[in-house]
Design a protein around this ligand. Structure first.
Ligand code: ADP
Length: 260
């Protein structure tokens, strides 16, 4: 608590008493702590690839580049770390844009069936590289809703890319699109590593990763699901997760068809 005191003085300059204001700053402190944690996390996440890029470049300049194999190996690490840096900056900019006060969706008519097919085409190469079967199930040829095409595309790219990343080779990723009344549901199911009950509530936090090393190696920034949740909620939709460790995961998004 922060306490402010204001003297109350009567007309004849006589003290009548003191007005005390108790201000509960627990929430403010919590927000301040979250902001500090976020800055610390961002700094750490940015520093790691930069340190690595610098280190490998210096080693090359010190003579290691005379060996062609070393040169190629180091350059490919430098490229990978630069890619990571680029994704991180892109995701941070995206998150900060979404969190701006005046952030608005660009609402238009979206055919979800068509959009999901497009996202699957984009991610086919990633799935094929791991021999993962990637399929869309939908009874209707067209499923029309009001939404922001680019943002919804980003939501599905993030979710389906995660499903592929966290599924071992030769697994399955199924996307199911169902209309029911004025709502639509999109299920992204995978036969992957799964998420324990304790971790599920945390995976939407910025930079939270169940397995840091695995996520980093797959090029993950730890911001994907935080962005997904923001965007689904901006559509006044809902996202939930069903999963068990080793049993695969299912992310379910529910959206209203007629968002105005
Ligand atoms: P990342 O870039 O690390 O994938 P995300 O925000 O997209 O970041 O996801 C946060 C964490 O949630 C991941 O690091 C991973 O541990 C877990 N996760 C996300 N999707 C899945 C999934 N389909 N199966 C298992 N774990 C997942």
């Amino acid at each position: 608590f922060v306490v402010y005191g204001v003297p109350i003085i009567g007309s004849n300059n006589v003290w009548k008493g003191v007005l005390l204001v108790f201000h509960d700053i627990t929430e403010i402190k919590k927000l301040e702590q979250m902001r500090k944690d976020f800055v610390a996390n961002v700094s750490h996440e940015l520093k790691t690839p930069v340190t690595s890029i610098k280190g490998f470049t210096e080693t090359l300049m010190d003579g290691a580049m005379n060996n062609k194999e070393t040169l190629e190996a180091f350059l490919s690490i430098i490229l990978k770390e630069s890619d990571r840096l680029q994704s991180l900056i892109q995701d941070l900019l995206e998150l900060s844009k979404i969190e701006q006060q005046g952030f608005r969706l660009n609402i238009q008519e979206v055919d979800l069936h068509m959009l999901l097919n497009e996202v699957i085409t984009i991610l086919t190469g990633k799935a094929q590289a791991k021999d993962i079967k990637l399929e869309l199930y939908c009874k209707q040829n067209h499923v029309l809703i009001n939404g922001d095409l680019d943002r919804l595309k980003q939501v599905f790219i993030n979710l389906i890319a995660n499903a592929i990343t966290y599924t071992p080779p030769e697994g399955n990723v199924k996307i199911i699109l169902i209309e029911h009344g004025e709502n639509v549901r999109i299920h992204v199911q995978d036969s992957g590593v799964g998420i324990s009950k304790e971790e599920i509530p945390r995976i939407f936090e910025r930079f939270y990763r169940v397995d840091r090393a695995r996520s980093r190696n797959s090029g993950g920034t730890g911001l994907g699901l935080a962005i997904v949740k923001h965007l689904v909620e901006a559509h006044r939709g809902n996202i939930s997760v069903r999963s068990d460790l080793g049993e695969g995961s299912e992310f379910i998004i529910e959206l209203h068809k007629y968002l105005t």
